[in-house]
Ligand binder design. Structure first.
Ligand code: SF4
Length: 314
């Protein structure tokens, strides 16, 4: 198998920047939006504790005071990227907490406020797999007729015992069901996973990638588990009750995953973001560029690339 020529890039995986360029012929930026949503895993509907790694504070914008409207957030983001990055097209990224958690009319109003802005070519909506009813999928399907739509589903691990351990509040089956309900509707599906969750072996993590590789999804975000102050995970770390991955373990696992995933799957993220003010560990993760470079070097050393071990329908 050869590296796919249609990536049109010099990377050994199909990165998001290349995908945007191939799809739109220009730079595209995701504008992060905090539309004021909450999360059923925090407000008591599913649970009150939230996922054990989640700091629960929401965006920096929310922490700073009353939230500006969606259109104000978009205009401000556009101004920045147009001036500093020469960007011309944008995706409105509903990022904070669970962005399908609300009545349909409210969701429609927020998404359409975003789509009405000039140069916004689509939406990316982050949510939980237990919070994506069919009427919301229908709404996205309608938008997908004229816009570029991504549904970002948090999974984290395909193993139910891990999902229970991290208090996700949904099962792997709920995720798989959500994927199948949303697929075949011109909606791009992106799955979020976390590498290094408590109790998982490297084989467990690769199993998550193997299952994802069999599903009709178009993108993935691979995060590293971080310990943040004020979270259960942070407490466990400070009490020396959990061990976080070394940089070498993370790089090896990510490269193994990339080899397993389909070559056409867009790799949207390969590092983790944590607020510096509450960051505890692992220290090596702070230098994100070095982590990305180390992944490039490891793929080069192996002389492999994304998809080289992908087994179709396997
Ligand atoms: S689903 Fe997301 S927002 Fe909700 S508790 Fe988990 S990580 Fe936090």
């Amino acid at each position: 198998m050869l590296k796919p020529a249609d990536w049109n890039n010099t990377k050994r995986y199909y990165d998001l920047k290349s995908f945007w360029r191939n799809r739109f012929g220009s730079r595209v930026y995701k504008l992060q939006i905090d539309a004021g949503f909450t999360c059923p895993n925090r407000d008591g509907t599913v649970s009150t504790g939230g996922c054990i790694y989640c700091d629960g504070r929401g965006s920096r914008l929310r922490q700073a005071g009353p939230l500006p409207s969606v259109s104000e957030q978009i205009r401000k983001g556009k101004e920045y990227y147009t001036t500093h990055r020469n960007a011309g097209k944008f995706i409105a990224y509903f990022q904070t907490f669970t962005n399908t958690y609300g009545p349909l009319d409210k969701l429609r109003a927020l998404y359409e406020e975003a789509l009405a802005e000039d140069d916004v070519v689509g939406l990316s909506v982050g949510t939980r797999p237990d919070c994506i009813p069919d009427d919301v999928i229908d709404l996205f399907q309608g938008y997908a007729k004229h816009s570029h739509v991504w549904l970002e589903l948090g999974l984290q691990s395909i193993h139910n015992r891990t999902l229970q351990c991290i208090n996700r509040g949904h099962s792997a089956e709920t995720y798989i069901n959500a994927v199948h309900r949303a697929s075949g509707k011109n909606i791009h599906i992106c799955t979020h996973i976390i590498v290094g969750l408590p109790g998982e072996t490297q084989e467990n993590m690769l199993e998550t990638a193997r299952v994802i590789a069999t599903l009709p999804i178009q993108g993935i975000k691979i995060h590293l588990l971080l310990a943040l102050k004020g979270t259960v995970m942070g407490d466990l770390y400070e009490q020396a009750k959990i061990t976080l991955l070394s940089k070498e373990e993370y790089i090896t696992t990510v490269c193994d995953m990339l080899e397993i995933l389909p070559p056409e799957m867009v790799i949207q993220r390969l590092t983790a973001d944590g607020y510096r003010d509450i960051f505890l560990a692992p220290q090596w993760a702070v230098n994100k560029m070095e982590v990305l470079n180390a992944i490039d070097r490891e793929l080069e050393r192996r002389n492999t690339f994304q998809g080289i071990r992908y087994v179709k329908n396997g």
